[in-house]
Each structure stands twice: as structure tokens, then as C-alpha cells.
Design a protein. Structure first.
Length: 399
């Protein structure tokens, strides 16, 4: 059978990482993969994570299976992180949370659930969106379409076109929204625009799935949840897919969560049963270690405060790199206006670099960027900034 298979092209992001690892150039820079880097170019382990791991190893007494939907303590901590302690949805038992192996698995479980129970549903993705969104939903057998989102001219959300697109989405369909730090553009709706989106949902009736992978990397832990909370009006339904890779720095632990909001407590419990059935047929139950780290940190007031400070430091460093990047490009004589990069949020931005620019940067300077020009700002450091901006200036000057 295997002899009949054709070769699969490398993943556009993971393949870039492999090429970067094999490049012998000592000045190489990877701005492709979505991993946070500190000022030394390393992906650090947070001090709170090390402390939580120490407590975990000292206290754990078993390596038995978790339940299908994971740790109840983790689920409660996730709900508090998103909604706070006293949100009416939580008090009204209209939210259920299942632990998943990363945010990707949360999205896939949601996709499987939709395909199994509503097979004719179309999933609408922002144009552009995270490269893996399309693969996840099509692999589940769902049809995928795009809605307008980003303006290449203004380097911001094209909100009028976005709303016009979403008003055309049928009530039976699903729309994937980015909770904050839109990947790949770094451009988010403001709170007033989120309120307009809530009105569109109420008018049209489609189901929102909110991909919430970067909580804390835009404006703050609580602040970054305000947009999606605008959508959750009385009687609403929604799915929130959370990832804790970035804000806890535990990429390899694969910690995520799927939170489903039903219109009533009874409906929510029925949804919970279907979520568990989808998980059982996929990976049966989630891993323990990473979610236990998150639970320990979020459920200990002192560790929670310390962790929030660490998230603040990561967010502030990304903001500083944005400002330094814009400043250094200008100093190198670049005529293109890159000031928009300082206004965008999160790890990613559309740089405006063309596919030809990206290829030249890779071939001549060992600078690795995704073909569409998306850059990971968190991969920049003070020490590589001069080389990076010099290379970009040269490539732009040569056309």
C-alpha cells in the first residue's frame, strides 16, 4: 500500500523549522515558528512552572488514567481564567470544560463533534488565518469557506467588510474567531467592534468558535478575555478553544481546553456527553503532567500573582521588540512604512514582505519567515535586530 503513496509537501511552518535547524549559518534567525523567545534567544521555562513541577513531583501518588475530559481542578481553573469567579454562565452551570492535548486538539474535538452531529455545516475562517485551521476542519470532513478580515492597505481589521461577510453566514454554520492576538496579522477588533459582532451573531444565529491561544499576550490576562465575553449574551451558544503553550511556556506539554457554552444547563450537559464521546474515539483521555502544572499555578494565589508577572514580562518584551524593529528599519534607510507593526499585538504580524523577499532573506541571510510574510516578533532580540533589519533593508532596496 505504502508504495502507492505520493510524497507530501513539508508543512509550511514545521518544514521551515527543520530547514532552520539544518542551516550552518551562525547568524541564522527563525521568525517562522510560533514560539516565544527571551532576550537571549532561548525559550525559557517560567519560574512558576519549575516550582509547580517540583510540588507536583513531590506530591503525586499515581500515574493512573485521567477521566475522558481530564482533570476537574484544571477545568475549574480554566473557567475562572476566562470568565472570572462570578460570571452568570459559570454560576448557571452553562459552561463545561474538557482538558485537551493542546489548543489544536480542542479545535479538532470541536470539528469532530460538529461533523458527527451537523455534517452539512460549513466552517468559516478569517482571511487570512492560522495555517492549520483549514487542515483541522477539512480533516474532520467539514467544508471550509473564508470571511473578510484584514486590509493590506490599512494593516488593520477591515471591520466593515468583515461584518458584511458574517451577515451572509447561514444560521446552520460555524464561524471561527480569534479571541486576541490574531494569527497571523496581529490585528484585533476593539471592544466596540466585538459588541457589533455579538449583534451579528444574535441576528444571524451561527455558532462562534473562539480560538483563544494567546490570553495575556495582547493587553493582559483579564483584558484579553473581554472581547469574547462580549459575545456571550443570555441564551447564547459558543465554543472556546484555549491553549496554554504560550502564556505558560509549556509548548511540549500540550495543554489545552475546550469550553462549551449551552443555552441552558441541561443543554450544556448533553453537549458535554457528546464532547466526551468525540474524545474517547480520538485520544481516549488527555495527559496529566502539563495540566497539573497549570492547575497548581492558577489555584495558588501567590503562584498565580507571580505567573501573571511573568506573562506581563513576556508581553512587554514583545512590545519592545516591535518598537525596536520599526526604529531600526528606519535607521537602516528603509522607505517602507512599518509603523503599523508597533500598533499590532501578540507574537505575530503580517510584515508586508512578498514571497520573493522571503525567499531572498532565507537564501542570502539565513532568515526564516513564512512565505506569506508572517513574522514572529517574539523571535527577535536586541542582539539579532541589527543584522535582521540590515538584511531586510538590502532585500527591499534590491526589489
Amino acid at each position: 500500500m505504502f508504495e502507492l503513496l505520493n510524497a507530501v509537501p513539508p508543512d509550511p511552518i514545521m518544514g521551515l523549522t527543520e530547514a532552520f535547524k539544518n542551516d550552518p549559518n551562525p547568524d541564522k534567525i527563525n521568525l517562522g515558528v510560533g514560539v516565544y523567545k527571551d532576550s537571549q534567544g532561548a525559550t525559557p521555562i517560567l519560574a512558576t512552572v519549575k516550582e509547580a513541577e517540583r510540588r507536583l513531583i513531590d506530591s503525586e501518588k499515581t500515574k493512573s488514567y485521567l477521566g475522558i475530559d481530564g482533570s476537574p481542578e484544571f477545568a475549574q481553573a480554566v473557567q475562572e481564567l476566562i470568565f472570572g469567579l462570578e460570571h452568570p454562565l459559570v454560576r448557571g452551570h452553562r459552561v463545561v470544560t474538557a482538558q485537551t492535548p493542546g489548543g489544536t486538539a480542542a479545535l479538532r474535538v470541536a470539528a469532530d463533534l460538529i461533523k458527527q452531529k451537523f455534517p452539512e455545516t460549513t466552517v468559516w475562517l478569517s482571511d487570512p488565518t492560522w495555517a492549520n485551521h483549514h487542515s483541522i476542519f477539512t480533516a474532520a470532513g467539514l467544508a471550509v469557506r473564508k470571511y473578510a478580515y484584514y486590509s493590506a492597505e490599512t494593516k488593520d481589521v477591515d471591520f466593515e467588510r468583515m461584518v458584511d461577510s458574517l451577515k451572509e453566514v447561514p444560521a446552520s454554520d460555524v464561524v471561527v474567531l480569534h479571541g486576541c492576538c490574531h494569527n497571523p496579522t496581529g490585528a484585533d477588533p476593539d471592544l466596540n467592534q466585538w459588541k457589533v459582532l455579538e449583534e451579528v451573531i444574535e441576528e444571524r444565529g451561527w455558532l462562534p468558535i473562539i480560538d483563544f491561544a494567546y490570553q495575556g499576550f495582547a493587553d493582559g490576562i483579564e483584558e484579553d478575555a473581554q472581547g469574547l465575553l462580549q459575545l456571550l449574551t443570555p441564551g447564547c451558544e459558543a465554543i472556546i478553544c484555549s491553549s496554554f503553550s504560550k502564556n505558560f511556556g509549556i509548548y511540549c506539554e500540550r495543554v489545552g481546553a475546550l469550553s462549551a457554552i449551552g443555552s441552558t444547563a441541561e443543554a450544556t450537559q448533553i453537549v458535554h456527553g457528546h464532547i466526551k464521546r468525540s474524545i474517547r474515539a480520538n485520544y481516549s483521555n488527555p495527559p496529566y503532567h502539563g495540566a497539573a502544572i497549570v492547575s497548581i499555578i492558577l489555584n495558588d494565589p501567590e503562584l498565580r500573582r507571580q505567573w501573571e508577572g511573568e506573562v506581563d514580562e513576556m508581553r512587554d518584551r514583545i512590545g519592545l521588540m516591535r518598537e525596536l524593529f520599526v526604529k531600526t528599519l528606519k535607521e537602516k534607510g528603509v522607505k517602507h512604512d512599518f509603523s503599523f507593526l508597533a500598533e499590532q499585538r501578540g507574537m505575530f504580524s503580517f510584515s508586508g514582505l512578498t514571497k520573493e523577499h522571503v525567499a531572498a532573506l532565507k537564501e542570502r541571510y539565513a532568515i526564516y519567515i513564512v512565505d506569506n510574510g508572517r513574522i514572529n516578533v517574539a523571535g527577535m532580540t536586541e542582539s539579532n535586530m541589527d543584522y535582521l533589519c540590515m538584511a531586510i533593508a538590502n532585500v527591499l532596496q534590491e526589489g
